[in-house]
Ligand binder design. Structure first.
Ligand code: ADP
Ligand code: ASP
Ligand code: MG
Length: 408
């Protein structure tokens, strides 16, 4: 590895490759892990790259801050603006500590908040969307030879308010910066060495997928596989930025185990996978005009809809709770018109053309019957077949479906 003069500016003709790396909460959960991340960043810089490292809050910091907010809000809704002021501090702690650790290793670095990096969002607090990235300060610092550390998950709205990008949003920070900087690589580091055919913590014989398409990973992420955030995959797809998903805990290597996610992945043609989302609620309404009454209530609650079926006299919906910090208060309102269940999970099998063949529906039914699982609801889209089950059997359901569709 070559040691670069730390302050040598790069002219366009001698431009160093730009590598954007993202390190999630488990990668920087404590001081020892944060040091290992600093070592990896320093090694990447010394190998001759310009490095922008996006970092998440340490460990479960964001969950802890949200719990505090709910406690002080008593039984009311914590205001979303104040939640953004609160949770954005988690990433600021991590970014400054990481920059200190890198400087301690003899490499120049500087940390920036999302707002300092020019990440401009709409004004939807707690679940903002990036509308523009103006990374001038990052470019200036890279030209000075510095490593740039960025607080993930946050931006600033055009009204100059601090916003956050939804849970898992640091992935989106990384991909949007990679696009704005025309980076050569975007590497997402977590506690798994890539994307598997199911969550390897739940399905021990899940298969490692060395490459896959944006479409497949986006569908998996929408169906609950949090290995890479769905909005980040959408950005990568639109900008044509390949994602390299790796483990922080693997030794530093030129040929790491990884999953490459890009537009064309020839070996992905028959790849199937199983995803599970536990952060959901199922709502049921009975009686006259049930579908319309349920839809009207959901419209007011602004909860993303994962599944819906309704006939005269009975309607059922499954909604995502990932961006609903005010769920306890919303639930109290919804319970006036619907029976609300949160002890459920949304389990999906994802694959090309999975819902276009009746045989796949039959295979799903057989797998569930074999595992003694009774689905509470079903839905499908072009790339996915989904069922809602009692959360107690969520793991068994994933294993049964994986055995039938991936290993079968
Ligand atoms: P980070 O905190 O680094 O952003 P996440 O916890 O968001 O990491 O994502 C990594 C986790 O995603 C893994 O620990 C794994 O349990 C989970 N996961 C769910 N589905 C999959 C899958 N199909 N492949 C790999 N990991 C998965
Ligand atoms: N810290 C934020 C979260 O826990 C963002 C992220 O980890 O990407 O959701
Ligand atoms: Mg994540």
């Amino acid at each position: 590895m070559s040691q670069l003069g730390s302050n040598a500016p790069s002219s366009p003709s001698t431009r160093r490759p730009i590598v954007v790396q993202k390190y999630g909460g488990s990668s920087v959960a404590d001081v020892e892990r944060l040091g290992r991340v600093a070592d990896r960043i320093v090694a990447t810089r010394r190998a001759g790259n310009d490095v922008v490292a996006v970092v998440s809050a340490m460990g479960k910091t964001t969950d802890g801050l949200l719990a505090l907010a709910r406690e002080v809000a008593l039984s009311g809704e914590p205001p979303r603006r104040e939640l953004d002021m609160l949770v954005s501090t988690g990433e600021r702690v991590a970014m400054s500590l990481l920059s200190i650790a890198i400087q301690a290793r003899g490499v120049e670095s500087i940390s920036f908040t999302g707002s300092q990096c020019g990440i401009i969002t709409n004004d939807r607090h707690f679940d903002a969307r990036i509308i523009e990235v103006r990374p001038h300060r990052i470019e200036d610092e890279l030209a000075r030879g510095r490593v740039v550390i960025v607080a993930g998950y946050q931006g600033v709205s055009y009204r100059r308010e601090i916003t956050t990008l939804g849970r898992g949003g640091s992935d989106t920070t990384a991909v949007s910066l990679a696009a704005a900087l025309s980076a050569d690589r975007c590497e997402i580091y977590s506690d798994v060495d890539g994307v598997y055919s199911a969550d390897p913590r739940v399905v021990p014989d899940a298969q490692h997928l060395p490459e896959m398409t944006f479409d497949m990973l986006q569908e998996m992420a929408h169906a609950g596989a949090k290995v890479v955030n769905a909005h980040a995959v959408e950005w990568a797809r639109r900008a044509g930025i390949a994602i390299f998903a790796r483990s922080t805990f693997d030794p530093i290597s030129d040929t790491p185990k990884e999953t490459v996610v890009r537009a064309n992945a020839p070996n992905d043609a028959f790849a199937r996978s199983v995803s599970c989302d536990r952060d959901v609620a199922m709502l049921e309404v009975r009686g006259e005009d049930a579908p319309n009454r349920l839809l009207a209530a959901l419209e007011g609650a602004a909860l993303p809809l994962l599944a819906f079926d309704g006939a005269a006299g009975h309607a059922r919906a499954v909604v995502s709770l990932i961006s609903a910090p005010d769920w306890p208060a919303t639930r109290a309102v919804l319970e006036h018109i619907a029976c609300v269940r949160c002890d459920v999970a949304f389990v999906s099998v994802v694959g090309p053309a999975i819902a276009s063949e009746p045989a796949h529906f039959m295979a799903l039914g057989r797998a569930l019957a074999l595992a003694d699982v009774v689905p509470l609801a079903q839905s499908f889209g072009p790339l996915r077949l989904s069922i809602v089950v009692d959360v107690k059997v969520a793991d068994a359901t994933q294993r049964a479906i994986h055995a039938a569709f991936v290993n079968g």
